[in-house]
Design a binder for this molecule. Structure first.
Ligand SMILES: Cc1cc2nc3c(=O)[nH]c(=O)nc-3n(C[C@H](O)[C@H](O)[C@H](O)COP(=O)(O)OP(=O)(O)OC[C@H]3O[C@@H](n4cnc5c(N)ncnc54)[C@H](O)[C@@H]3O)c2cc1C
Length: 126
C-alpha cells in the first residue's frame, strides 16, 4: 500500500488549492490527490452560462493542467475511508494510507429533495 503524508479526496477547486498551498510551504511533502475526472470545471462562470452570456465549454478545463507540480494524481474515485487505519480505498487503484486526510469531494445537487423545485426549474420560474 502506498503511503503519503497528505491524501486529498477531490481535485476540484478546494482540493487543488489545498495541495498548491501545502506544496508552496514545503515542496518536499508527499501529497496525492484522488480525483476520477479528467475535467475541471470553473463553476463560478456557470452563473454567466445560466444568464446566456458565457459558453459552458469555456468553463471546462483539463484537470492535468491544474494538478500542482510534484503532487501525485490518483485518477480514481475514493470509495471508503478507514480513519482508524489512516487508509482510503479507491474503486480500481487499491488502498492508500496517509498521515493527514483532506476530504473535498464537493457536493451533489439534489433539487428533487425540495418538493416542487425540479418542476419549477423546468418551467424556468425559480
Ligand atoms: C453557479 C455557481 C456559481 C458560483 N459562483 C461563485 C463565485 O462567484 N465565487 C465563488 O467564490 N464561488 C462561486 N461558486 C462556488 C464555487 O464554485 C465552489 O464553492 C467550488 O467550486 C467548490 O469547490 P470544491 O473543490 O469544494 O468542489 P468541486 O469543485 O465540485 O470539486 C469536487 C471534486 O471532487 C471530486 N469527487 C467527488 N466525489 C469523489 C470521490 N468519491 N473520490 C474522489 N473525488 C471525488 C469531483 O469529481 C470534483 O472534481 C459558484 C458555484 C456555482 C455552482
Amino acid at each position: 500500500m502506498k503511503h503519503y503524508q497528505i491524501v486529498i479526496i477531490g481535485g476540484g477547486t478546494a482540493g487543488i488549492t489545498v495541495a498548491a498551498q501545502l506544496k508552496r510551504k514545503d515542496k518536499n511533502l508527499a501529497i496525492a490527490i484522488i480525483e476520477p475526472s479528467e475535467k475541471h470545471y470553473y463553476q463560478p462562470a456557470w452563473t454567466l452560462v445560466g444568464a446566456g452570456t458565457f459558453d459552458f465549454k469555456d468553463t471546462e478545463r483539463e484537470e492535468v493542467d491544474y494538478i500542482p507540480k510534484g503532487v501525485e494524481w490518483i485518477k480514481d474515485k475514493a470509495s471508503a475511508i478507514d480513519p482508524k487505519q489512516n487508509k482510503v480505498s479507491t474503486e480500481k487503484s487499491g488502498d492508500v494510507s496517509y498521515d493527514y486526510l483532506v476530504v473535498a469531494p464537493g457536493l451533489v445537487m439534489a433539487p428533487e429533495l425540495l418538493p416542487g423545485l425540479s418542476e419549477a426549474m423546468d418551467k424556468k420560474v425559480v
